[in-house]
Write a protein that binds this ligand. Structure first.
Ligand SMILES: N[C@@H](CCC(=O)N[C@@H](CS)C(=O)NCC(=O)O)C(=O)O
Length: 285
């Protein structure tokens, strides 16, 4: 079915199954989204709980621990992309199992998803859900989460802001054509007046290569991801931010990240109509 057909009859902003926006961003869109999520109560059945609270035998867990993390999501960016970025930055190889149909999602929901939602990452014997929790676990495990509580706080605050900016972009492919122009303007405005000035100042004030503690962290990886996302929509977004231009070049050159940015990696492309259609077919009721 054509995208237009999928959208027809939907109020503005519906059809955004993977995303939530804050009320401050768009009240009407947010209302549609909360209605969307509200349709599915996240009830943890006993089978759900047994799937995520490790009751496995030591042997099972040891076997899983020796393997690569397995990512369960669609074959597109969405909420999983930051997890892919972070694993890649940490130099961790991973496997992916792509959801292509609603039936596959329903099957996964039978005992593997704590809140009936993806992203889900099988790692270290746990079926992990909730994007932030997964990112924080990976960052902690691979020394990308600061050296103490204070550094983690700064990383979390920076990441919170960066994620708010990225959410503006992640919903973009699901907007109606007539909404897209305004969204690009909003992305440009938020990036250049709210978020980028903060990070430019951080780099200027401490004069170091990274945002926190002068070593690579989750915050650096996410900021680079966000900069590249913004530039896809607003190519000159960094013009006024010379230190961020340097930051972008520097972080992009870290070997693990360079590899992820090169063709043929597991980094996902800009969502196209085909992807939008697939997502809508999997997550619509
Ligand atoms: N807070 C969760 C939200 C996850 C989420 O909304 N997942 C969507 C796909 S991107 C989903 O699985 N929707 C299916 C459903 O809610 O039934 C997270 O950050 O991981």
């Amino acid at each position: 079915m054509a995208i237009g057909g999928l959208r027809s009859g939907r109020p503005s902003g519906q059809g955004l199954p993977c995303l939530r926006l804050s009320l401050a961003l768009s009240l009407s869109l947010s209302l549609s989204l909360s209605l969307w999520f509200g349709r599915r109560p996240a009830r943890a059945s006993s089978s759900n709980l047994s799937a995520v609270q490790p009751s496995e035998t030591p042997k099972t867990r040891a076997t899983e621990m020796s393997g690569k993390p397995k990512l369960h999501y669609t074959n597109g960016r969405g909420r999983m992309e930051s997890i892919r970025w972070l694993l890649a930055a940490a130099g961790v190889e991973f496997d992916e199992e792509f959801l292509e149909t609603k039936g596959q999602l329903d099957k996964l929901k039978q005992g593997s998803l704590l809140f009936q939602q993806v992203p889900m990452v099988e790692m270290d014997g746990v079926k992990m859900v909730q994007t932030r929790a997964i990112l924080q676990y990976i960052a902690g495990k691979y020394n990308l989460y600061g050296k103490d509580l204070q550094e983690r706080l700064w990383i979390d605050m920076y990441v919170g802001g960066i994620m708010d900016l990225m959410e503006l972009i992640i919903v973009y492919p699901f907007l109606k054509p007539e909404e897209k122009g305004d969204r690009v303007a909003l992305i440009a405005q938020r990036a250049t007046t709210r978020y980028f000035p903060v990070f430019e100042k951080v780099l200027k004030d401490h004069g170091q290569d990274f945002l926190v503690g002068n070593r690579l962290s989750l915050a650096d990886v996410q900021l680079l991801e966000a900069i590249l996302l913004v530039e896809e929509k607003v190519p000159n977004a960094l013009t006024e931010f010379p230190l961020l231009q340097g930051f972008k070049a520097r972080i992009s050159n870290i070997p693990t990240i360079k590899k992820f940015l090169a063709p043929g990696s597991k980094k996902k492309p800009i969502p196209d109509n085909n992807y939008v259609e697939t997502v809508l077919s999997i997550f619509s009721k």
